[in-house]
Ligand binder design. Structure first.
Ligand code: SF4
Length: 429
């Protein structure tokens, strides 16, 4: 048992959870490999936010079955299997899976592997919360280059009507503020140039009398690094945070603020607790504080009962905000959520709307990129192949340029010389 292969579905939270699983396996002397056919331990860390992610897991398990070594241990964990009915049905449909875990007991994966190897008995074990057993801290085996993810909280209390997360990740739990500060200090000492704080709703972080903004102030440093966070909720993000952006040395000039819809009626049906006007006010405050801020968002089309007029309001909002980057989705039904019980739209309507939204955003991204030509940005280099450097500007704009001397992790001033669609090319100055 010396090689492991982890395949991850879903969000950054899951990517970081997989780093923690890798940390457990590496502490047992195992090394990573990216080929399931050579792996002794195969882990699928799953997502259930969209139905497509779940379907993909089943399809992929079928392929793994025919590729894997006969004695390889196959484990499925994560959000999809946190639902006990799904965990049981997966174990039945895929009897070649050896261990099925949920989200809460993943850190104990080493114990489950030992038990399986010694007894040969397959396990399906889904905890309802962390309180169901004794958990252990695990040091992640980081895989994200110059960036390090740091969890500040887990779970969510918001119950947006389309979302399964509060059911599979539990209620909000915040990590002690001193532990987070110590983690970040340690990562900066190791040379990481970007830290991304993670939580389902970071703006509701609280530890005794300390709030999210206090945490960000404590993370201010004379060391040169970029501080990012995700995800924010428009109802909770504060105007005070916009003021902090204006004077912070470390906060990257970027904000991901998921709006989901531009229609007040749909926002209410989604249980989002803000209106489009309130959203605009917050966007305006951040733009006033940091004029070059790079904005991104999540937008969902085809939510139950969404009319053409609701959708046009979403298009209008996207036009007015002019996001640098937009993650666009078709609403996907999730059983157990209130939206699943609402009247659904047909596939053709949903597909037509997402096509129109993608086209509109493409034009906006292209126009924003063309406005960058001639400007100079400080770029943090994330990758280098030969002389070709790839990195991101302070406002998250992706830039490619040539340099013989620059290295991954360097900050380099780059003048933008051309824009092809939304892709920027430049030269080091
Ligand atoms: S804020 Fe809403 S969309 Fe985000 S994780 Fe919580 S319930 Fe889901």
């Amino acid at each position: 048992m010396d090689k492991y292969c982890i395949q991850t579905y879903g969000c950054q939270m899951n990517v970081h959870e997989s780093e923690k699983i890798a940390g457990v396996l590496q502490s047992r002397g195992m090394t990573e490999c990216d080929d399931v056919a050579r792996a002794d331990i195969i882990v699928l860390n799953t997502c259930c936010v969209r139905e497509t992610a779940e379907t993909k897991v089943y399809g992929h398990l079928g392929r793994i079955k025919s590729l894997k070594k006969r004695d390889a241990v196959l484990i499925v964990c994560g959000c999809m299997t946190q639902r006990p009915d799904v965990a049981q049905s997966l174990a039945k449909r895929c009897p070649f899976v050896d261990i099925v875990l949920g989200t809460f007991n993943q850190s104990l994966i080493g114990d489950y592997i030992d038990r399986f190897i010694h007894t040969g008995v397959k396990t399906v074990d889904v905890w309802r919360s962390e309180k169901d057993g004794e958990l252990r801290d695990t040091a992640p085996a980081r895989t994200s280059g110059i960036n390090a993810w740091v969890n500040i909280m887990y779970g969510c209390n918001n119950f947006c009507t389309y979302c399964i997360v509060p059911y599979v990740r539990g209620r909000e739990r915040c990590r002690p503020i001193d532990d987070i500060v110590a983690d970040v200090d340690g990562l900066l000492a190791q040379g990481y140039k970007q830290i991304t704080l993670l939580g389902q709703n970071v703006n509701s972080y609280a530890w005794h009398d300390k709030k999210f903004i206090d945490l960000l102030k404590l993370l201010e440093s004379d060391k040169k690094y970029r501080l990012k966070f995700m995800t924010s909720h428009p109802k909770d993000i504060s105007f005070e945070l916009a003021d902090l952006y204006a004077c912070s040395k470390n906060l990257a000039h970027t904000l991901h603020l998921p709006v989901q819809s531009g229609s007040d009626r749909i926002l209410q049906a989604m249980n989002r607790h803000y209106t489009r006007d309130e959203y605009f006010k917050k966007i305006d405050a951040f733009r006033a504080a940091v004029p070059d801020i790079g904005l991104s968002s999540d937008v969902m089309v085809g939510f139950p009962t969404e009319t053409e007029s609701d959708f046009l309001q979403t298009l209008d909002l996207v036009d007015r905000v002019r996001y640098n980057n937009l993650f666009m989705f078709i609403y996907s039904r999730r059983s157990g959520t209130p939206a699943d019980e609402m009247p659904q739209l047909d596939y053709k309507t949903k597909q037509g709307r997402i096509d129109r939204l993608i086209k509109r955003q493409f034009e906006i991204s292209k126009s924003i990129a063309s406005e960058c030509v001639g400007k100079t940005y400080e770029v943090l280099i994330a990758e280098k192949t030969g002389d070709k450097c790839y990195g991101k500007a302070q406002n998250d704009t992706a830039v490619t340029f040539d340099s013989v001397t620059a290295a991954v992790g360097d900050f380099v001033n780059v003048k933008i010389t051309s824009a092809v669609n939304a892709n920027l090319k430049g030269e080091a100055v």
